[in-house]
Design a protein around this ligand. Structure first.
Ligand SMILES: C[S@@+](CC[C@H](N)C(=O)[O-])C[C@H]1O[C@@H](n2cnc3c(N)ncnc32)[C@H](O)[C@@H]1O
Length: 224
């Protein structure tokens, strides 16, 4: 990651309390280590779905250059307002309040879902992936980070589970899914899973999936 972008993010989020400092530490580390930026398209629209306070949205907008438009979407209007305040005016970045289950955006070249899918029912997760399979152009990228309930050693999973419980005490239960289920869901939605990475040395149990939207030609040769 460009050190100037990293410094920018630390300046923007580092002074905003423990939650933001923790998110910065965790997310910059595991997304930077695995260089997910290198997989994303360099032109067109990239969606950050369930963007929260816009940490990853800002990372994308600041790293990808002016030919990429980054759109952060979140259900929580307060988070969207805070994300707008933190980010200021930027030509290639905007935030929209909205439900990812009912996306008002017709097409894009890439999307990221960072620790969001487990907030949706399994049915809605699959529906959203199907929708993205239609909206993301052929060859486009979907990057997902999710906790794996079969992560080993198992205590990483329990830390993830407990931290979600503490952060979202009144929300519905988390729907974490194992890697093999996600692989099936991505493939069924028209994506090829190109890379799956477990993050070593992390307290929680994140797995990162890099998926590419199949082209019509490769779809013909796909065996489920
Ligand atoms: C754990 S936070 C992750 C935030 C952000 N992706 C990040 O990595 O910093 C999950 C976010 O998903 C949002 N969310 C949950 N359900 C959603 C939905 N149906 N539509 C849009 N956002 C949703 C929540 O409001 C919350 O901000």
């Amino acid at each position: 990651m460009d050190p100037a972008v990293r410094d920018d993010l630390i300046r923007m989020y580092g002074s905003r309390g423990w939650y933001h400092r923790l998110a910065l530490r965790m997310k910059l580390r595991y997304w930077a280590v695995h260089e997910f930026l290198a997989h994303l398209p360099r032109k067109g629209t990239i969606l950050d779905l369930g963007c929260g306070y816009g940490l990853m949205t800002n990372l994308l907008a600041r790293s990808m250059g002016s030919e990429v438009q980054v759109v952060g979407v979140d259900l929580d209007t307060k988070r969207i307002e805070t994300a707008r305040t933190i980010s200021g005016e930027r030509g290639n970045l905007r935030f929209e309040a909205g439900d990812v289950r009912n996306l008002d955006i017709s097409d894009c070249q890439g999307a990221i879902l960072v620790d969001v899918l487990h907030h949706l029912s399994v049915k809605d997760q699959d529906r959203l992936l199907m929708d993205l399979g239609v909206k993301i152009g052929e060859g486009g990228i979907l990057a997902v980070s999710e906790v794996d309930p079969e992560f080993r050693p198992r205590w990483h999973y329990w830390i993830s589970y407990l931290s979600d419980l503490l952060l979202y005490p009144f929300s519905e239960r988390c729907r974490f899914r194992p890697e093999r289920e996600f692989r099936r869901a991505f493939e069924a939605a028209g994506f090829t899973v190109e890379k799956v990475e477990r993050i070593p040395g992390s307290l929680v149990a994140p797995v990162i999936y890099i998926c590419r939207r199949r082209t019509a030609r490769s779809a013909g040769s796909h065996r489920p």
